[in-house]
Design a protein around this ligand. Sequence first.
Ligand code: MTE
Ligand code: MO
Length: 563
Amino acid sequence: MNPRRPTIFAGTVAGLLLSGAAAGVLYAASQLAAVPFPAFDFFDAAARALPGSIITAGIDGMVRLIGALGAGPTAVVAKAMEQAVGLAGFVVAGGVAGAMLVAWVRRVQGGSATTGGVLVGLLAGVVASGAAVYVGSASPAAAISWDVVTGLAWGLALGWSVRRLGAVSPAPATQAARDQGGQPELDIGPGARTAPPSEAIVERIDRRHFLVRLGGATAAITVAGAVVGEWVGRSGGIPGGPQVPPGARPWSATHALPNADAAVKPAPGTRPELTPVQDHYRIDIDTRPPEVVAARWRLHIRGLVDHPVHWTLDDIRNRFQPLHQFVTLACISNPVGGDLVSTTRWTGVSLKDVMATVRPRATATHLHIRAVDGFDEFVALDLIRNDRRVMLTYAWDGLPLPAAHGFPLRIYVPDVYGMKQPKWIESIEAIDGWEPGYWVRRGWDAKARMRTTSVIDTVAADAAYTAGDGRRLVPVGGIARAGDRGISQVELQMDDGPWQRAELRTPLSDTTWVIWRLDWPFQAGEHTFTVRCVDGTGAPQVETESPAEPSGATGLDRRRARM
Ligand SMILES: Nc1nc2c(c(=O)[nH]1)N[C@H]1C(S)=C(S)[C@@H](COP(=O)(O)O)O[C@H]1N2
Ligand SMILES: [Mo]
């Protein structure tokens, strides 16, 4: 073994450490300014580029795992997992780069670690900026300059480390002894005046010292970057992003819900009928939400239209009569009893009105709706003409759409899953035919019509009470939903007993979930409750269990409870 050459192992460790430090610095920078964060860009690029079947299996596995572990809100935990995988991949790639650089230096005659480091850094920078441009996480100019410069800096650090790992300077004592042509004076312990350590051992010790010092320095940088990134985090909001006027409060903070007087009250423990916006589930193909700067944003409507437009958000808000709708949105990946479903009050402008202004030509049949993150979908003009509820939405619960939920503009299409409804819209093109949208191209249902489902939220044994007739009753309740088709009946069953009809609370609107309730006669012991429902057209929910892919989960929700 030639001690003058770095080992592959040392190169790997150096690469891992340096990319850990790079992750810290880049994260902090991306929190401070609108520069890309390659760790997330790589993940997002892979998520877009990999075949739909792989992505879908990944999503499904993640949703199941989070549900099985009871790890918290699915959407929140899933995003954290995606970020962790992105970070881990970034650090591992650094280790691989370190190993490859060492292999190259060892194998190639005259291979210089510095040159190699520069090349590796350049390559990393080019690939990172490609990923950033591909996912649209930064402007091409910002992505290329930032990623290439930081990639080069990282490559230089890696090259320097590898050179340092190879050309280690012998320890001073050894050097002195060698200069005198004598024995190095190494006192290793009581009476341990032994043979001098071979050069190889000295090299190894020095290499280890170097790695330890490198480890200390990089760990400090990684931690500092993470802390700074979290602290200065743009929690105060994206500059130029959604502006909540000072003192503005959510609509629901100052208004009673339209069904406040409904006779049927939710059983204690039923989910809130109106989801607080900060608790609304979030699903998208972005590790971090795209940041749209309102001042630079325009809605472009073009293609087969007589009057193409390029509107600001204020244009949209001021030109048209606002439309307010209570909406239950659900993700097609949601399991029957899952938490990827929420309800809030959507405000926007009817696309029918918008079309009256831009005037699609006679040949136009569909709108191609494109979002800043590359997501897209298609909506039939016939649907828009026949259903005023299809709308471009700019507010939720009376406030501008949050960045994570599509600021500045998203579409609402009744009766279909979220996968058909782009957030962060940037352009709408009238075209003369239908094409499959983002998730349809990846194997999901082209119609994605919302399934009819019912869920038990609560068996409120601790809220049991004695009714007028002396019977002891336990409030049981939950939700049922069927897109815009309404719910005509909900039934509950205990163990294998007969199905009993629940009461239905007047819903917030035709497009929200319906809260149901049934006060069940107390029966001591552990019991299994099952719920089923019928939609407003008289069609019962599908009781056979099927997975979310490709058309939305079906099956019955059950809950074991002790009374
Ligand atoms: N631009 C864009 N829009 C998107 C998506 C996306 O990834 N990108 N995901 C869709 C999916 S799958 C769902 S379920 C809904 C979720 O909306 P929310 O995150 O506001 O709840 O957004 C839809 N709109
Ligand atoms: Mo979704």
